[in-house]
Ligand binder design. Structure first.
Ligand SMILES: *Cc1c(COP(=O)(O)O)cnc(C)c1O
Length: 357
């Protein structure tokens, strides 16, 4: 690994109390280039812009995918990653679907740990605080012929995150737009999936909602995801979440919620969730909660949902009665080393990794 550290850290001038998500970046980044059929040596270097031509194939044909993950600091200053191998496996699933080269485990995992170790001072400590990490792969070749690129870059950048509390949101059940389709790229964290979701989301916002509950593209009768999160529904005391598929992204937070719910002895079922079932439960008063889960905010609690022209309010539960918030707390406690980790999910970032690179 090539190591090129900055001579002037920006940490002193970073206001650790006043910043918003995704706007500030740690001192360093990792890059690794792919050319002539192979990956080169990974490099740690100062974070900053790279220059590409407008004829870059990413800008024109969209071969780009990414991951979202976090590092957490505990009260003793130890740094942990959460299930990082899952992200490694998933970025390669995404890459494969987009006809991009898979990144070697060594490049991904070592790059991640070296970056976390070198910039550990940037990792926020405290309730709701973490470092959001964004690994990505994109085409770097210049050329306008519509074909698979021959040159790529793998990069890791990271940004301090804090979310003490996220206000409950209202969501619109989509009866027209789709996030993904059979045989498509919905299971991949393809950059273009996000671009395609922005317009329908804007439409929902204009109607007074915050997010969309995506339904299946064929019938719009079944829940798939919520915004860029996986979705859970609680009817009476049973939790439902749709099975993952080529149309539903296999979220790591989703998987963790399912395992935690089982561990706590809650009744959780991975099965299709019909819009009709949710509407009936709403009518007969058995619909208790709907929430979304993902790495960025862990849990987004819904206060209302819309279907066609109707808007329905969800019950307001005390925090301790909410399965969404109970499971969120259990997960965050494991992530931040405030609870036992019976699942082996936490991964310690060793100090002074550079000495062994
Ligand atoms: C990233 C993502 C999720 C959540 O995945 P996590 O691994 O839990 O962060 C869910 N749905 C979509 C569409 C996503 O892109």
């Amino acid at each position: 690994m090539i190591i090129q550290k900055t001579s002037s850290s920006r940490l002193e001038s970073f206001d650790q109390e006043n910043y918003s998500f995704g706007d500030h970046f740690i001192d360093h980044m990792i890059i690794c280039e792919y050319d002539n059929g192979k990956w080169g040596e990974a490099k740690l270097m100062p974070y900053g812009p790279l220059s590409f031509s407008p004829a870059n194939m990413t800008f024109n044909y969209g071969q780009a995918c990414f991951e979202g993950m976090k590092a957490y600091k505990d009260k003793d200053g130890q740094v942990f990653l959460f299930r990082p191998r899952k992200n490694f496996e998933r970025i390669n699933k995404s890459a494969k679907r987009l006809a991009m080269p898979e990144v070697p485990e060594e490049v991904f995992m070592k790059g991640l740990k070296v970056l976390m170790d070198v910039d550990r001072a940037w990792i926020p400590y405290g309730e709701g605080r973490s470092l959001y990490i964004r690994p990505l792969i994109f085409a770097t070749e210049e050329g306008l012929k519509a074909r698979v690129a021959h040159k790529y870059m793998f990069a890791i950048v990271a940004s301090p995150a804090k979310s003490y509390y996220t206000a409950p949101v209202s969501v619109k059940i989509s009866d027209y737009y789709s996030r993904s389709a059979s045989g498509g790229v919905g299971f991949a964290k393809a950059a273009g999936n996000y671009a395609a979701a922005f317009y329908p989301t804007q439409m929902a916002i204009e109607e007074g909602y915050d997010q969309i509950i995506w339904t299946d593209d064929a019938t719009h009768e079944y829940f798939e995801e919520s915004g860029t999160m996986n979705v859970f529904v609680r009817i009476n005391d049973t939790i439902y979440t749709p099975p993952t598929s080529e149309k539903i992204l296999d979220g790591i937070t989703r998987d963790s919620f399912i395992q935690l719910a089982k561990h706590k002895g809650l009744d959780i079922r991975v099965e299709p969730v019909a819009v009709k079932t949710v509407l009936e439960a709403q009518k007969n008063g058995t619909l208790k909660e709907i929430w979304g889960v993902g790495t960025a905010v862990v849990t987004s609690v819904f206060k209302a949902f819309g279907y066609k022209d109707q808007r329905f309010e969800l019950p307001v539960l005390a925090d301790e009665d909410s399965y969404a918030l109970t499971l969120k707390k259990a997960l965050v406690d494991i992530q931040t080393n405030q609870a036992e980790d019976p699942f082996g999910w936490r991964e310690l970032v060793e100090r002074n990794i550079l000495e062994t690179v």
